[in-house]
Design a protein around this ligand. Sequence first.
Ligand code: ZN
Length: 98
Amino acid sequence: MKLKINEAITCIEDEDLYKVQHDLKNGALVLQKMIDDRIKTIENQKRQFCAVCGNDLKGKESTFTLMFGPDDFRRKGSFCEIDCLEYFVNTHIKQIKQ
Ligand SMILES: [Zn+2]
């Protein structure tokens, strides 16, 4: 189940909510580490389908993955073949750059 941040806050146990409040008042180092770890896990997950042609990637041993975008809004695309990666770069990434 995916929650929006305001929904997640309402679901936090009272004790943990006080811990989060304390952490925020002290520089949010614990919260920052938790979010960094979660983002690292998300970024390491293998995508299920090619972003260009939609081929199933679960059974493929070799795929291509591209991380792009600014540091605060990283995006990720996985591709079944180098041709799909090249097509994506030529049609999407070069447009973003212009
Ligand atoms: Zn593909």
